[in-house]
Design a binder for this molecule. Structure first.
Ligand SMILES: *Cc1c(COP(=O)(O)O)cnc(C)c1O
Length: 341
């Protein structure tokens, strides 16, 4: 590590920090250019860009982890690449190949190696890839040009003093339409979630839970994370719906629950009126890995799962297994880890 950065790794949260270099590639006349690392953290785009007016854009989120041997690795970046291709197709943007996506991530991590937090701090280097529609245009139609960019910043461990359960409330709002863009990681889904989130926080909850937009009877998402529950007979259950964002963390946990912990796993409806079937529940995503759910408020009644103060044993085991794999302490399934150095 040639460069030294003056960062108190233990104080990191989830806030923007400008790091040294970012990757930018431009699409024009039917193809992506080579792409390059640049110092400037500003983009200059046409005032008429579709990303600004019609939400033609999408993003991804993944992390680079420092192992005990001071190596650096990515966790399943090919899955983020494929999901970004799905998002691009949904809003009519050109796809970025899996190879180009992973190469861009590796370039950005290497160029900002000094910002990859040391092993043992729980902190990581967060990568934010995105694609935006740009260029001169005014009608509601796909943009004439696109930009694919990847930037990074160090982020702290989600739980500072160890994992702790939090409470959620059921929202009356929807985050997506039944056959809308819920399964795509596109910005519009998040603009619409800011207000329901604010209402939940004002009521004293960590965030809100969205029900299925068609019937408002089934759990779909926990803020910007997927839901899972552990039944009394140790089954890992997670909702299935075309408007849920397919979480890579969730599919990884399903695999680990089955193959590493010998549990049964099932993707099926989770009725908000039948929360009694679960002894533990959690939310999962790249940011926190797992956020244990203490209780869920619905119609002025708080349903508590394992405990509002303590994390359940199955949730803890799932967390430790995945966390261990991400930081290189537990052997990963074939193909899950991409070495940066
Ligand atoms: C990104 C995201 C998730 C989590 O996906 P991961 O791949 O596990 O990080 C879940 N729900 C929503 C709405 C998201 O945007």
């Amino acid at each position: 590590m040639s460069k030294n950065v003056n960062i108190d790794w233990s104080k990191l949260g989830f806030s923007y920090m400008k790091t040294d270099l970012r990757y930018v590639s431009k699409w024009k006349d039917g193809q992506w250019d080579e792409g390059e690392l640049v110092e400037d953290n500003h983009l200059t785009i046409s005032e008429s860009s579709t990303a600004l007016h019609y939400g033609q854009q999408c993003f991804e989120g993944l992390k680079a982890y420092r192992t005990s041997e001071s190596a650096i690795q990515l966790f399943r970046p090919d899955e983020n690449a494929k999901r970004m291709q799905d998002s691009c197709r949904r809003v009519m943007m050109p796809e970025v190949s899996v190879e180009k996506f992973i190469d861009a991530c590796i370039q950005v991590v290497k160029a900002n190696e000094a910002y990859v937090p040391p092993y043992g701090t729980g902190a990581t280097l967060y990568l934010r890839p995105f694609v935006i529609g740009v260029g001169d245009n005014i009608g509601v139609k796909p943009a004439p040009e696109y930009i694919f960019c990847v930037f990074c910043l160090p982020v702290g461990p989600y739980f500072k003093g160890g994992m702790a359960p939090v409470n959620f409330t059921i929202s009356e709002y929807d985050r997506a339409a039944p056959y809308g863009t819920g399964a795509a990681k596109v910005g519009g889904n998040y603009a619409g979630s800011l207000y329901p989130h604010e209402l939940a926080v004002k009521k004293g909850f960590a965030d809100c839970i969205y029900l299925d937009p068609m019937t408002h009877t089934k759990i779909e998402e926990v803020g910007a994370a997927n839901f899972f529950g552990i039944t009394k007979d140790d089954k890992f259950i997670t909702p299935k719906s075309p408007s849920i964002l397919p979480s890579i963390t969730k599919y990884s946990l399903m695999y680990l629950a089955k193959e590493y912990l010998g549990m049964e796993v099932e993707e099926r409806d989770v009725l908000v009126n039948n929360l009694d079937e679960f002894k533990e529940a959690g939310a999962c995503g790249t940011a926190a890995v797992i956020t244990p759910i203490g209780g869920i408020e619905y119609k002025d009644n708080l349903h508590v799962f394992y405990s509002e103060a303590e994390v359940g044993p199955v949730t803890k085991k799932l967390y430790n297994t995945l966390y261990g794999i991400q930081f290189g302490d537990v052997e990963a399934p074939e193909g899950w880890i991409v070495k940066v150095k």
